[in-house]
Ligand binder design. Structure first.
Ligand SMILES: [Zn+2]
Length: 414
């Protein structure tokens, strides 16, 4: 063990322009692999690759950071291999900042087979035993951790807060998340209360393990740890969870470096829930909203004080021929594009729109050519990243509301 313990680049986060009447702000997250100007959309590379796209292309289209998944990389290839490679960034040839999530979401959602979890429409009869039709229970949560079966081969595994921290330290991302319990809107209020307590207890254990591993692995750059605020749709639980996490201090006296806002919520409550949480959290730490990328969600989360976001949607829907466009989403697969030789978005500055036509991309999908996914993913990632970049500029320039009205009016058709 070294006696030189890495510390975050000081300061880890600096606030730039504040919105005058709301919690929204711009800022800069400083990591060992570079700065992230916020608000920022973080591209998802679940298995250490943004599906179908080269890291160089991601850089070119403006991605500032990439988020990979601790659960998937634990199962395949194994975190020790990523560690031997020199960490996630080295392994995947991405020299910018990286994030990993804790694996909690995947352990519980893939394992249990919840109906889509962030699943804003999963409202119905409340029950604490929510399993989608035709699925068996593959994960079991207890006070100490989660036992689950791999979705790949059914092999048994167990994640605890300590295991998640060990895996994420081996993966070596600049920003990691504490291991939390995922609930759904179908869980009862009583269960949500228990779950917030459990997530708090796990957060205490995550910080302790994180400090131990940070000291043991002092040869590696500092990895920041974010606590994850749960509490579903309940104002008192959300506020209590946020205050509770912020009160945790390890032996070093340091708390979390930032926060994630996770869990089940309905789309129409997103802004309110983000506001409750951010009213409790300190201004000088960054806040990451897990799993959003739709334009209206991004505006609402940003004006309520969220700084970074990640979501698989821009690339996932691209592989199914869905295109983000300033005038709304459309499907390039439909026959009206057979002879359309315009770019998919004439206002877009991406590589795809500079070089290829709708007719060509339509053809690639019909012919089931791999390049279709590549070209559409480049465009959709660029669309989402540029949207958040422009929101940041609108905060700096003092025209957020005008930009929001115009953008959402066009996208959703007012
Ligand atoms: Zn484009």
């Amino acid at each position: 063990m070294s006696d030189v313990v890495p510390t975050p680049p000081a300061p880890f986060f600096t606030v730039g322009t504040r919105m005058p009447d709301r919690l929204g702000r711009t800022g800069i997250i400083h990591t060992a692999h570079g700065d992230i100007r916020t608000p920022a959309f973080i591209a998802v590379g679940t298995k250490a690759t943004v599906k179908a796209v080269l890291p160089e292309s991601m850089k070119e289209l403006g991605a500032q950071a990439v988020l990979a998944n601790a659960y998937h990389l634990y199962l395949q290839p194994g975190p020790e291999i990523v560690d031997e490679a020199g960490g996630l960034g080295e392994f995947m040839n991405w020299d910018g900042p990286t994030f990993t999530d804790s694996g909690g979401f995947q352990v519980m959602s893939l394992g249990v087979g919840f109906k889509k979890v962030l699943a804003m429409d999963a409202v119905g009869v409340q029950s604490d035993d929510v399993i989608a039709d035709g699925k068996q229970r593959l994960a079991h949560v207890d006070g100490d951790g989660v036992t689950f079966k791999s979705h790949l081969d059914g092999s048994p595994h167990r994640f605890t807060p300590e295991v998640s921290m060990q895996i994420q330290h081996q993966l070596g991302a600049d920003i990691m998340f504490a291991f939390d319990e995922l609930t759904t809107l179908l869980n009862t209020r009583a269960y949500q209360e228990q779950s917030v307590e459990r997530t708090h207890a796990w957060a205490v254990r995550c910080i302790a393990e994180h400090e131990k591993l940070t000291a043991e692995r002092a040869h590696r750059p500092y990895q920041a740890l974010f606590g994850v605020v749960q509490g579903a749709q309940y104002e008192d639980l959300r506020r209590q969870a946020a205050r509770g996490l912020e009160s945790i201090r390890g032996v070093s006296g340091r708390g979390f470096d930032g926060y994630g806002i996770g869990g089940a919520l309905e789309k129409q409550n997103l802004g309110t829930i983000v506001r409750w949480v951010n009213e409790e959290l300190p201004e000088n730490k960054p806040r990451h909203m897990l799993g959003i990328s739709e334009p209206d969600d991004l505006f609402v989360a940003i004006e309520n004080g969220a700084d970074t976001f990640d979501c698989v949607n821009p690339s996932r829907v691209a592989r199914n021929a869905a295109i983000y466009h300033p005038d709304g989403r459309f499907n390039i697969n439909t026959s009206r594009f057979r002879r359309d030789f315009d770019p998919i978005d004439g206002e877009c500055d991406c590589y795809t729109c500079a070089n290829y036509s709708r007719a060509y991309i339509h053809h690639l999908f019909k012919a089931k050519e791999m390049l279709a996914s590549t070209l559409c993913t480049i465009h959709n990632e660029r669309f989402t990243i540029r949207l958040v970049d422009r929101i940041r500029e609108s905060i700096e320039g003092g025209y957020f509301d005008e930009y929001k009205l115009e953008t959402l009016g066009r996208f959703y058709g007012s």
